[in-house]
Design a protein around this ligand. Structure first.
Ligand SMILES: [Zn+2]
Ligand SMILES: [Zn+2]
Ligand SMILES: [Zn+2]
Length: 134
């Protein structure tokens, strides 16, 4: 099947314009809002392509939804994600790397890979109203 490069580019650009992680459906809606005729299935495929080629990061939200983002950091890294506003911090986690390597070796696994993303509330989303005691 022929690869439609402009569609991949459109998805890539929309992803670049997005802060934090976004679902295929939300990205599709954003593209539509800006007048693009791109189809949802094409958005899914383009996101899968971008993730496979390392141009985008993908992760599973706690609800099991696939989310995507064009990350600044290239190569292996982890994320700290605010589940309220979507703020994403890219982090290196040396402890996780050595732990994953050790635990895999202990069980005789080689070529082990891992995905570790931490969801929580960022400082901005912790309403100061709760903090009025002092
Ligand atoms: Zn990332
Ligand atoms: Zn937040
Ligand atoms: Zn890691």
């Amino acid at each position: 099947m022929k690869r439609n490069t402009w569609q991949r580019e459109a998805v890539r650009e929309a992803l670049d314009d997005t802060e934090g992680f976004i679902s295929a459906q939300a990205l599709h809606a954003a593209l539509h809002a800006s007048g693009s005729p791109i189809g949802l299935a094409t958005v899914y495929r383009a996101l899968g392509d971008l993730a496979a080629s390392g141009e985008a990061d993908s992760l599973q939200s706690p609800d099991g939804e696939s989310l995507y983002r064009a990350c600044i950091t290239t190569g292996h890294h982890h994320h700290l994600i605010c589940r309220n506003c979507g703020l994403t911090v890219e982090i290196a986690a040396d402890e996780v790397e050595s732990w994953a390597k050790r635990v895999a070796a202990e069980h005789g696994f080689t070529g082990a890979a891992h995905v570790v993303d931490v969801f929580g509330l960022c400082a901005n989303c912790m309403r100061p109203a709760r903090d009025e005691r002092g």
